[in-house]
Design a protein around this ligand. Sequence first.
Ligand SMILES: Nc1ncnc2c1ncn2[C@@H]1O[C@H](COP(=O)(O)OP(=O)(O)OP(=O)(O)O)[C@@H](O)[C@H]1O
Ligand SMILES: [Mg+2]
Length: 256
Amino acid sequence: MPAVVVLENVSKHYTTVKGHEVQAVRNVSLSVQPGETVAIVGPSGCGKSTLLRLIAGVEGPSGGSIRRETAGGHFIVGYVFQDSSLMRWRTVYDNIKLPLEVVKKRDLGNVDRLIDLIGMKGFERSYPIELSGGMQRRVSIARAFVHEPSIVLMDEPFTGVDELTKEALQHELGNLIRTLHVTALLVTHDIEEAVFLSDRIFVMSPRPGAIVEEVPVNLPSARDPSVRSSLEFFAAASKVRAKLLELHAMRVDAAT
Ligand SMILES: Nc1ncnc2c1ncn2[C@@H]1O[C@H](COP(=O)(O)OP(=O)(O)OP(=O)(O)O)[C@@H](O)[C@H]1O
Ligand SMILES: [Mg+2]
């Protein structure tokens, strides 16, 4: 099967309001295969969110190419934003339903299915302000899956969530990805999150972000929290950490 998305030598420059040129992303090449979850790990400001916006097509690259595999002429994206960005005037049900309105799908069966899968039955008519931070994250995740997207793009989905809640949410997200057979691209600076959820991890350098390492995660696709103490989990996490530390040291050296 062809890759869902292929990036070849993708670069992105911005001009700031003061007129300075900023290179956010440099020569990124990667592909995501159907059904896999790929993570991109890198320090703050290295261009991770930029890369997701480029893949989603809301911004165009300055150089290189992005090829998207379309189904029925459409490439449909599910997006989990860096903050939950729920619409405060819409209920849980109507927030999750939103992408179906955008792609004009009439069948609302998936909304109930997802509310069930994320354990939010009974909260359909609640408003975001009435939910805990963890529940808001669940709703924003359900919203990204509801319209059966070609790929789900997740931008640091659990930033600001306490450690134990985060681990529970990561477990739920992994189950959701497997149950719904989705293809996913996860952006995070959390190494354990990347290892727990993905099949391959790309390590990005500080800005201008370039991919400097690919780390395979040799764990079974069905994962419960006990894999966190396995040797393979530790091996993959150590590899990513070592690369990030090496890049960090290079940056400190360059600044001194
Ligand atoms: N619209 C824009 N105009 C100018 N510069 C921008 C714009 N968007 C992003 N940048 C710059 O591009 C770089 C990468 O930004 P981006 O938000 O992609 O980083 P990130 O890896 O997602 O960071 P974080 O982990 O903090 O979310 C930053 O230096 C940022 O200031
Ligand atoms: Mg970001």
